[in-house]
Design a binder for this molecule. Structure first.
Ligand code: ATP
Ligand code: MG
Length: 455
């Protein structure tokens, strides 16, 4: 796609603009010290150097970007020659990472529009598997995903360069894909998830022509690399806008291609608690992220896949499988099926299994068992999960309430209160996989970042 064909597109006609320093709100004060140093160093060495992407977008919206990306006409090798603390990464997109203590500034060379044979761009069935063709800043803008992500803050004169109408879309609060949507989603289906995520985070509307191809092209997400989908899911659900992202995925019919079993279980659920559990989990995760508290993907997985596992286990029990075996089998199957779509690191699936396995133990009211549960490294996560399940039955809600009060008591009083623990129906008390025998032999797992759960 060339700039010319782009400008012929009447939606984006005649949009090339340079916004001088006095006419926009970006100030160097709000840019990380590492990024400022990279920009000046490149500039002083005679290269073009701009801040680009989410950072420019968020600064213009008055937000605080968490990472700063730089675009330049220096090649990755030229960037490396300028910085001691620099390493080159990536195959699909070769990039330079410049390190300042804990800060990493990503430096990308302008991508070109045409492969004249000298560069390295590779498409498989219309999918972009490698893009290392270098070009001009205008061409680079056209290779980016959304107009609001294609604004450049130029360190040479502090102006903002807008080649795609990004400024107007920022003002209108519209997320618009650059170029022909059909082509751009085929190049990289993950852009559909990025659309839902960025629109949710900024509370923007997705332009109609940008959302229209989802219905037809979302199935292409099935071919996206599972590891990349895991990264994208972490951004979707663990960056402080999980609930909004989840609703955007549902609204645009994308959830079923990322978490198919979850989407099915919500669609089939007769009671509202299936959706409630997930939405409450996401709301609590969002609150924790914003308060800078730790969160773990194990909890996310436990909640998203709880109903699918519960249903699969029930079906196995009806078919005659013994309870514990049925739950283990169901957890295995659901996690394995989910891993075909989104790569799930073992420590997180183990964490989710553990949260599930601890559920029936909350109903055990002997002193020894209850105290052992209280001391379990996953107690907090499992207890938080028990509270999320309150919508399943009044007895479960009462049990959660009992544990809320009881865990604050001293050991003697705790023991004395065990007699008042609410009882569960037999089916509920059994409703979770038991911890596996083989895992008992393992060393105690180091707890996930939170060391516990989410409350
Ligand atoms: P966030 O706030 O989540 O960091 P971001 O827009 O900065 O949002 P990044 O993944 O950090 O997202 O990407 C940086 C920039 O790189 C984007 O703003 C966009 O210009 C470009 N980009 C990222 N992913 C793609 C993609 N799949 N296709 C085209 N351009 C992309
Ligand atoms: Mg970013």
């Amino acid at each position: 796609m060339s700039l010319e064909t782009y400008e012929n597109n009447d939606l984006n006609e005649g949009l090339f603009r340079i916004i001088p320093r006095a006419e926009h709100s970006i100030s160097r004060r709000n840019i990380s010290s590492g990024a400022v140093r990279v920009l000046y160093r490149l500039h002083e060495a005679g290269y073009r150097a701009c801040l680009v992407g989410g950072a420019v977008r968020d600064l213009l919206l008055g937000g605080n970007p968490k990472d700063f990306d730089v675009a330049t006409d220096a090649t990755p090798e030229q960037v490396r020659a300028l910085f001691r603390n620099c390493r080159l990464i990536g195959r699909r997109f070769r990039l330079a990472h410049v390190l300042f203590g804990r800060e990493i500034v990503e430096v990308a060379t302008f991508r070109g529009s045409e492969d004249d044979g000298s560069g390295d761009r590779h498409l498989v069935d219309g999918r972009l598997v490698r893009d290392n063709v270098y070009g001009t800043i205008e061409e680079d803008a056209l290779r980016r995903d959304f107009t609001i992500n294609a604004l450049y803050y130029d360190i040479a004169d502090f102006s903002v360069l807008d080649a795609v109408g990004g400024m107007a879309d920022l003002e209108r609060r519209v997320l618009r894909l650059i170029g022909d949507p059909d082509l751009r989603y085929r190049e990289d289906p993950v852009r559909m998830l990025r659309a839902a995520r960025i629109a949710a985070k900024l509370d923007f509307t997705i332009a109609p022509e940008t959302a229209a191809p989802f219905a037809k092209l979302a199935p292409l997400l099935a071919e996206a690399p599972p590891a990349r989908l895991f990264d994208e899911c972490m951004k979707l659900f663990m960056s402080g806008y999980g609930l909004a992202s989840f609703r955007a995925l549902e609204q645009h019919g994308l959830l079923q291609y990322v978490f198919p079993a979850t989407a099915r279980s919500i669609a089939e659920a007769k009671a509202p608690h299936v959706r409630q559990l997930i939405e409450e989990m996401l709301a609590s995760t969002d609150a924790r992220v914003r308060a800078d508290k730790p969160v773990t993907p194990a909890f996310l997985l436990a909640a998203l896949l709880w109903e699918p596992v519960r249903q699969a286990a029930e079906a196995l029990v009806v078919a005659g499988t013994e309870h514990t075996a049925a739950w283990q089998d169901a957890a295995d199957r659901v996690l394995r099926e989910q891993s075909r779509h989104v790569a799930l690191p073992r420590r997180f699936t183990l964490g989710a299994e553990e949260i599930w396995a601890l559920q029936p133990r909350f109903a055990q009211n002997t002193r020894k068992r209850a105290l052992r549960l209280l001391a379990h490294p996953r107690f907090r996560a499992a207890y938080d999960f028990l509270l999320l399940r309150a919508g399943e039955s009044p007895q479960l809600a009462a049990l959660g309430h009992w544990w809320t009060i009881a865990q604050e008591l001293g050991a003697d009083e705790f023991a004395a209160q065990l007699a008042t623990m609410p009882e569960l129906a037999a089916a509920e008390a059994e409703a979770a996989p038991r911890k596996r025998a083989r895992r008992r032999r393992r060393k105690p797992q180091t707890a996930a970042p939170s060391g516990s759960g989410q409350a």
